[in-house]
Design a protein around this ligand. Structure first.
Ligand SMILES: *Cc1c(COP(=O)(O)O)cnc(C)c1O
Length: 212
């Protein structure tokens, strides 16, 4: 492939917000196994139906949207991986709820690299403190970083954001953290994200738009 990456190193997360369960079922039939939702409540309704129907398949559910502290308990019950950890308070809440059910919760830290008010994530200046705090929480397993650049028509415009996330990761690894995952790239810009080192791409409309 163009980026010279091994396709096995890149996981496709099918983003199913607003996608109904019949279409998710079709995606499972096509062979997709990792699904991402952006809202806890919507995910809860869907996942409860799938657990029963697909109990023999290894399906993963990821939370890719903003997580409020008061939803941490449900999120820990539902999700294999939370991409949107962005504060020490939220980390503590996830850790506490994971402890209660004897789970180790996999998490990514979402980093805010753009100035847009609407984007969530920890500021780059606060990333190191958050990583240190998370690494001391016994029920959290920090696997990497996530970011979401502004939307651009030209995907090349997103490249600096992806590059910066990779550099933040590389710097953190030089300080002793192990952060294999980089969750970055969506329908419009995933190729650029892969060139810059993405290990997880989050694709919604590219899979589910149009048709049924
Ligand atoms: C909706 C969403 C996506 C998928 O976006 P598409 O442009 O439809 O591929 C990826 N990540 C997050 C956090 C999202 O909310």
């Amino acid at each position: 492939m163009r980026a010279g990456r091994n396709p096995e190193d890149i996981k496709l997360i099918a983003i199913t917000k607003t996608v109904d369960i019949n279409r998710i079922q079709k995606a499972i039939d096509w062979g997709l196994r990792i699904f991402g939702e952006s809202r806890v409540q919507e995910a809860k309704e869907k996942i409860s139906k799938f657990e029963f129907r697909n109990s023999k398949l290894k399906i993963e559910w990821h939370l890719v949207g903003y997580l409020q502290k008061n939803k941490a308990r449900i999120a820990v019950q539902l999700f294999d991986l939370i991409h949107s950890l962005d504060s020490i308070e939220l980390a503590a809440e996830i850790n506490k709820n994971a402890e209660k059910i004897g789970k180790t919760q996999r998490v990514l830290i979402q980093v805010k690299l753009s100035e847009e008010e609407t984007k969530h994530g920890v500021a780059r200046e606060d990333l190191m403190d958050l990583m240190k705090a998370v690494s001391e929480m016994k029920r959290l397993n920090l696997e990497g970083l996530m970011t979401m650049p502004p939307f651009f028509d030209d995907p090349e415009m997103a490249r600096p954001y992806f590059k910066e996330l990779r550099e933040l990761r590389d710097n953190a690894e030089n300080s002793g953290f192990t952060l294999p995952e980089l969750s970055m790239g969506m329908t419009n810009d995933f190729e650029v994200a892969i060139e810059e080192g993405a290990t997880m791409v989050r694709i919604g409309t590219g899979i589910f738009a149009g048709g049924s």
